[in-house]
Design a protein around this ligand. Structure first.
Ligand code: FAD
Length: 492
């Protein structure tokens, strides 16, 4: 039976106590990093709830690392513009202050906790190693008085509740997740302002200056202009009246989601999901509400959004080698090593691949779609990564190149789904063995002829050519950053 929690409570299974503390009633700080939103955020709900219990105030803290995981203008522009909106909405709707720090979180967060006499630090969950390590360090640093709680606000079913071990594939995790959906796939409570107000005003954040600095530093990869950052825009992409996925485009998902010529058939939600500007639970909840309209499309969407995405978190959480050949299953490692020295028809360097200088125009088009548009179509991502295996000196090199390019150019890159996407394509993770062939061994193979049977390859190549020309033209005419800044000034 579905048990809805009381209006302001978070299900206990979503919260993990990383460290108990002895101070029962100081301020509460929510260190936000993966779930960058005000609405539909269980970590924020928990922070407010705990603050009220302690009769204490609550603040949100965000630490801007220096080029975290190779972040460039594309990632930083999107994230900071989203955070600028978040700061305003957090204050206007809930009177919660937002503190922005720059530098190392293991320094800035503990220092802030001392300054404000905090009794509790609430943090987001991520399976990626860098932040996990920082969290461990912070727990050691904060002293006996402060408790640290981690909330999985990113997955519909918290990763540790879905499974306590590394899952073999979608087949093994699906029923575990589905069993828990009645508990976790529920609507969110309406969050009210906390009972106590924060005593001091946070320092002003000069967003425009900060954004300009970050854009300059990460100028190697330009911003995208087709995807408005922030949680309002994210909700619009999900269910806006104009062109929302669930309101206007849903039916096409069932028929056209594997056609790279029809990118609008996909939800387009991955940038927002990656930066936490929308909650996967909100997307799933609303999709389920319209299932009657297009059951096949909704079922397929939920499979990707919940099962596949949460399987990726499961992999990165329980497999420390989530981005290397060592993280592959033994059968896959063996077959890849058996074929590592097979003769390749073509061999390309990372630089040639990055510049889309291969003999395969289809592959080049997908690479250019990623470099210029910032989001390669999901179907092409599989072909793209598999070809890298075919054209480089063995699986380790192929994986390193695929991850490097994916993280550098995809707006949704540097994400568990990216590591697992590359591991699936190159190392057979979450897949099975197939008929053995040169280079690939038993790893699933994809080729040009197969793509040609599925969609109009020449039309896709022409489509990307147009996309690149148009993108370059727009940038040359207006200058993307200055165009955005004019808009920012208008809003301010
Ligand atoms: P939709 O089909 O509308 O899917 C909705 C959501 O479901 C997505 O936003 C995503 O969160 C999730 N999803 C969809 N497909 C998958 C999948 N195969 N695995 C896990 N979750 C999925 N996804 C990323 O978010 N970041 C990446 O860096 C990334 N890199 C990839 C690299 C390779 C080589 C491969 C094969 C896949 C990669 N994916 C990645 C997964 C998938 O291709 C993208 O999530 C999807 O194309 C995003 O577009 P969408 O939101 O319009 O997709």
């Amino acid at each position: 039976m579905t048990t809805n929690p009381p209006p302001t409570m978070v299900q206990p299974g979503r919260i993990r106590v990383l460290k108990p503390g002895s101070n029962p009633n100081g301020a509460v700080v929510y260190w936000m990093f993966r779930d960058q939103r005000v609405k539909d955020n269980w970590a924020l709900v928990h922070a407010v709830d705990e603050a009220n219990k302690r009769n204490a105030p609550v603040a949100v803290a965000f630490n801007l690392f220096d080029m975290f995981k190779g972040a460039n203008a594309r990632h930083l522009g999107f994230m900071l513009r989203g955070l600028k909106h978040l700061q305003a909405s957090l204050y206007n709707s809930l009177h919660i202050p937002f503190f922005l720090f720059q530098g190392e979180a293991i320094e800035t967060i503990p220092k802030f906790l001392i300054e404000c006499g905090a009794s509790l630090l609430v943090t987001d969950f991520t399976p990626l190693r860098e932040i996990r390590k920082y969290k461990e360090e912070i727990c050691k640093k904060v002293g006996d008085s402060v408790s640290v709680h981690e909330v999985d606000a990113h997955n519909v079913v918290p990763v540790w509740e879905a499974s306590s071990k590394l899952e073999y594939g979608a087949r093994t995790i699906r029923s575990k997740i589905n069993k828990l959906l009645p508990t976790y796939l529920i609507d969110y409570p309406t969050l009210q302002s906390p009972n106590q107000r924060w005593a001091f005003t946070p320092p002003d954040i000069h967003w425009d200056k900060l954004i300009q600095e970050c854009l300059k530093k990460g100028a190697g990869v330009s911003e995208i202009d087709w995807c408005e950052p922030g949680e309002t825009a994210a909700l619009d992409v999900l269910m806006g009246n104009q062109n929302g996925f669930l309101t206007k485009r849903l039916k096409n998902y069932a028929t056209d989601r594997n056609n790279p010529l029809k990118p609008r058939a996909l939800s387009g939600l991955s940038p927002y999901l990656h930066f936490g500007q929308i909650s996967a639970q909100r997307c799933a909840f609303e999709a389920r509400n319209v299932r009657k309209v297009a059951p096949e499309a909704v079922d397929a969407f939920l499979e990707e959004l919940i099962v596949r995405r949460e399987l990726a978190d499961n992999f990165c959480y329980y497999q420390p080698h989530y981005d290397s050949l060592m993280g592959a299953w033994e059968w896959a490692r063996n077959t890849l090593m058996d074929h590592a020295s097979d003769k390749r028809e073509h061999l390309y360097t990372r630089e040639q691949l990055e510049k889309a200088q291969t003999a395969d125009q289809l592959w080049n088009a997908s690479q250019l779609e990623m470099v210029h548009f910032g989001k390669m179509h999901g179907f092409m991502r599989m072909y793209w990564a598999k070809k890298i295996l075919e054209w480089t000196n063995g699986p380790e090199e192929a994986l390193a190149i695929a991850i490097y390019l994916n993280d550098k150019y995809e707006i949704d890159g540097r994400d568990p789904s990216g590591y697992v996407g590359c591991m699936w394509s190159i190392c057979g993770v979450h897949d099975q063995g197939w008929r053995e062939r040169p280079v690939f061994g038993k790893i699933r193979y994809m080729n040009y002829a197969g793509c040609k049977r599925k969609f109009n390859v020449d039309a896709y190549i022409a489509y990307v050519k147009r996309l690149v020309v148009e993108t370059k033209k727009r940038k040359a005419e207006a200058g993307l950053s200055s165009g955005r800044d004019k808009e920012t000034r208008r809003e301010a």
